[in-house]
Design a protein around this ligand. Sequence first.
Ligand code: PHB
Length: 385
Amino acid sequence: MLSHLLHLQGIDSVVLESKPREYIESRIRAGVLEHGTVQLMVQSGVGARLQREGLVHTGVELRFNGAAHRIDFADLTGKSITIYPQHEVVKDLVAARLARGGKIIFAAEAMSVHDFDKGATGSSPKIRFQHGGATEALECDFIAGCDGFHGICRPAMPAATLRVHEREYPFGWLGILAKVPPASEELIYCYHDRGFALLSMRSPEISRLYLQCAHDENLDGWSDDRIWTELRTRFATRDGWELRDGPILQKGVTPMRSFVAEPMRQGKLFLLGDAAHIVPPTGAKGLNLAVADVRVLTRALVDFYKRGSSNELDRYSDVCLRRVWKVQRFSWWMTSMLHRFPNEDSFSHNVHLAELDYVTGSRAASTALAENYVGLPFDEETKPD
Ligand code: PHB
């Protein structure tokens, strides 16, 4: 996305992708696009298939105590979200870059980054990477570290300046992809005394479902039958709602973590997305927050190349972190409200229920959830502090 937006502004880039093209175009990841992420795709000319195939949702359901409660995004915010799998976004962006002569080197494993922290007169930043059995080097003006939580860019920042804020959750998600039409048109976030469950989808034929489980849950103990039985138990309503089952195509355990590294910039090295921050998946924010970083860096680089100003580059980390912390708060709050924590007593259980009752019963509280879920606006970031 960054490479695409820079290209539209006449700025060249090279993408070093550690995996082969087929891998990134098929790996099942996130699936919920915020209103602003959709707008950015459409406005930048890569949204045609998203507009054709994406499923527009104008609300979500919160389910607890065996009853359904809808949060109506359209009514509360005038906005919607779109279900469009991350690997489809990746396909569209790869195709757009290649069609416009963009350079993506697939299966290029970055080994180290150098010379990004020198003064204006120092040598240019370099990335050493392995490709096709040879070691190569790429020299550039700036390095965008979009290399994920386990990438090399964050560890390359001087330890003395990097601060890390972290929260681990004492549970994970057991996720399945199933060949069955989703049992609901909209997502269902379900709180149950046996733990959280989520109904999502990838298309009108494919369901994506999750169950709260232990953070180190062993999948061997989970037959398809046991998974469907547990899902049915947690999603059960007092009015007899039915969950259809079907062949399970994929199973996995998703860890839950909140993580922020700051600052998100050192010299000419910038961190974006999971390289700088991880959110638990409960708010569906990971992909969208990465795209938000991309917006900020694009604007800063345009300011640098077109106007010769470093002001926006200097503000990059602060501007990003303001949004990052709001999204961290939302993801942490959704996670805390919807999951059972170990050793919770009846007091805690009733507090979860009261919070859900309040959130679904009060227009003010529903709006607070809705405006975060569809994505906070971006305008504030363009105003100076
Ligand atoms: C998903 O469809 O994978 C999904 C949806 C909503 C979430 C997390 C994951 O909050």
